[in-house]
Ligand binder design. Structure first.
Ligand SMILES: Cc1cc2nc3c(=O)[nH]c(=O)nc-3n(C[C@H](O)[C@H](O)[C@H](O)COP(=O)(O)OP(=O)(O)OC[C@H]3O[C@@H](n4cnc5c(N)ncnc54)[C@H](O)[C@@H]3O)c2cc1C
Length: 404
């Protein structure tokens, strides 16, 4: 009887196109901004989606894509001048989401390069330095990395950084190690944060890949964001000219300005990662038949889909408001931290539901969702873990610091 009922529905069953933007949030943007998003989406679906699983499995980065990413003209969205694409930080957020909707590794490559690395120069360099480095970075001729985390000091870098710098005439001598540094295996310019031995303050340096005393080893065998090339950097009596020290980075407070901006970007990645997983799951549910009908027609499967859509919609609404605050220059550290903590928790939940919906096929990379599940783990922990971001918000709302 049920099978008959389905076969009579089947003739007219035309599944709606999966679209995670249930509230039409994108309509907040103007036509020219939506054109940019369309350009990014077309590129991600046409050029990245078909090949990325293969690169993920092989732990390799698709270098051929870099000139094409440059062609999207999304270097430095939200910055002004120095060859940047311009536009608002809200648009930057939507682009972050579009990239991660298809692949979080490509999103991370872009975020590390244009956000963390170029952003450090934009926020902490002087005029001469910005003119010297940013135009080549904005068009992806020179790629950047950002070295803050160390093998023994992750969450505690603000007070416990062990990499040191010592002034010697017109140069500085850097010693220490940096771990997890995205793009570092091939980056031309590496932002290195180090503690000044004399003042104890954190300073930032732009270190070239061929600088004597600078070496990088690729971190192998990751189970998340495998396309991102993370490096373990060693600095051994690495000499850097005073002219290459970021002139407006005088303490960790300046490093934190960069992190505030990029933390919001990672929260947008979480929305995109959840949204991509939801759309894959919805498409699968309308095509997969069990008991003679699409599993999308079962109540418990619809429950999973609606939970996912609720998470995606709630986090995107949150990010819309955060992006507005950011564009108006009103976003605080605790605003960004709440979004990063909340959106990554919801992303992790969403990708888990998507995997559940695909049954056994959910762990096959060919069905995409497995990659989203794995990559969500890295998004959850990098740029400040949930715990660290919680402590930042906790301090703001109680007036009491629970940091040790
Ligand atoms: C794929 C990937 C890419 C990355 N890219 C970069 C990059 O490009 N540049 C860069 O500089 N770094 C990068 N990182 C590093 C990332 O920012 C750190 O992993 C992150 O800050 C956490 O540090 P940790 O891994 O050393 O964890 P730890 O600091 O050792 O923390 C381990 C656990 O202890 C908890 N914890 C620590 N301290 C406290 C406390 N006081 N109270 C409560 N809980 C606490 C943490 O929340 C976490 O759950 C990357 C990491 C990954 C995984």
């Amino acid at each position: 009887m049920n099978a008959q009922k389905y076969s009579s529905q089947k003739a007219d069953y035309c599944p709606p196109l999966p679209d995670g933007d249930f509230y039409r949030i994108v309509n907040i943007l103007d036509n020219s901004e939506r054109d940019i998003l369309k350009r990014v989406r077309d590129f991600m679906e046409r050029e990245v989606s078909p090949i990325i699983e293969d690169y993920w499995v092989r732990d390799q980065f698709p270098f051929d894509l870099v000139p094409k990413i440059a062609g999207l003209r999304i270097g430095g969205v939200g910055f002004e001048g120095y060859g940047s694409a311009g536009g608002s930080m809200l648009l930057n957020g939507f682009i972050s989401m579009e990239l991660a909707r298809v692949d979080s590794s490509i999103a991370t490559f872009w975020g590390v390069h244009t956000g963390l690395a170029a952003g450090s120069i934009y926020l902490c360099g002087d005029e001469e330095q910005k003119h010297r480095w940013l135009p080549a970075m904005m068009c992806f001729e020179k790629i950047g990395s950002f070295g803050l985390t160390e093998p023994l000091v992750g969450s505690a870098t603000s007070g416990g950084m062990t990499t040191t710098c010592r002034r010697d005439g017109d140069t500085w001598v850097l010693n220490g190690e940096k771990k997890w540094i995205g793009n570092a295996t091939f980056a031309d310019l590496n932002i290195i944060w180090a503690r000044d031995e004399s003042s104890n303050q954190v300073k930032g340096f732009v270190v070239g890949k061929d600088n004597p005393g600078f070496s990088v080893k690729k971190i192998e065998r990751k189970m998340a964001l495998r396309v991102v090339q993370n490096g373990h950097i060693t600095l051994k009596d690495c000499r850097v000219a005073e002219a290459d020290r970021l002139q407006n980075a005088n303490s960790f407070r300046d490093t934190a300005k960069v992190l505030r901006m990029t933390r919001a970007g990672v929260a947008w990645f979480a929305v995109g990662c959840g949204r991509g997983a939801y759309e894959h799951a919805l498409r699968y549910a309308t095509q997969r038949l069990q008991f003679g009908r699409p599993i999308a027609g079962f109540q418990l499967v619809q429950d999973l889909l609606v939970r996912m859509l609720g998470n995606v919609t709630a986090t995107e609404c949150m990010m819309l408001r955060l992006g507005q605050l950011q564009s108006q220059g009103l976003m605080t550290d605790e605003h960004a931290s709440l979004a990063k903590a909340f959106c990554t928790v919801k992303c992790r939940e969403t990708v888990g539901y998507a995997r559940e919906l695909l049954g056994g096929n959910g762990i096959l990379l060919d069905n995409h969702v497995g990659r989203f599940v794995a990559d969500a783990e890295a998004i959850y922990s990098y740029e400040g873990t949930r715990e660290m971001n919680t402590l930042i918000v906790g301090k703001a709302i109680t007036g009491l610091s629970a940091f040790v």
